[in-house]
Design a binder for this molecule. Structure first.
Ligand SMILES: [Cu+2]
Length: 163
């Protein structure tokens, strides 16, 4: 399996997303944006920055915070992709196009031994609603939803200025 390579200039954008996307429901993500999920590997856990994300292109930004080599694999909905082995203190990235469904995220190192020791978690990918214009249909939105939309707009502007 050939892992997708990291895109260096997206690192800053990823950090921004990781910081600002916390308050947004998955459905508020606009089509075309690349979502970033941070993954942290250690003995014996796989921790993700979010348990759920909207369908689409997702970049996993992974750090091995443990003291032995680990790996990162995403499996589900016909997808099975993994990073190369990540040395302690090193990072890796994996970009996948995920459709709605539940995915298992685990460490494939050591056969299934790391997984059995607890390096196993799940990611839920939520389908996006419609492909209509996000500017329409504001009538039924709650104030908090409107605030989230404004934040999403601000985030897009910030990202564009970085890139
Ligand atoms: Cu491991």
């Amino acid at each position: 399996m050939i892992p997708t390579q990291a895109i260096p200039h997206l690192t800053a954008v990823g950090a921004l997303f990781a910081t600002l996307s916390v308050g947004l429901a998955p459905a508020d993500r606009m089509p075309g944006n690349v979502a970033v999920v941070d993954g942290k590997l250690s003995e014996w856990k796989v921790e993700l920055s979010t348990p759920a994300i909207a369908a689409g292109t997702v970049t996993f930004s992974i750090v091995n915070a443990g003291s032995i080599p680990h790996g990162f694999e995403v499996e589900g909905q016909g997808i099975e992709k993994e990073t190369p082995v990540i040395q302690p203190g090193a990072t890796a990235a994996l970009t996948l196009n995920l459709k709605a469904g539940t995915y298992e995220v685990y460490c494939p190192v050591g056969g299934d031994s790391h997984k059995m020791l607890g390096m196993d978690t799940h990611l839920t990918v939520v389908g996006t609603k419609s492909s209509g214009s996000p500017r329409n249909g504001n009538a039924g939105m709650s104030p908090s939803h409107m605030a989230a939309m404004s934040l999403a707009s601000a985030l897009r502007s910030a990202v564009q200025s970085i890139v």
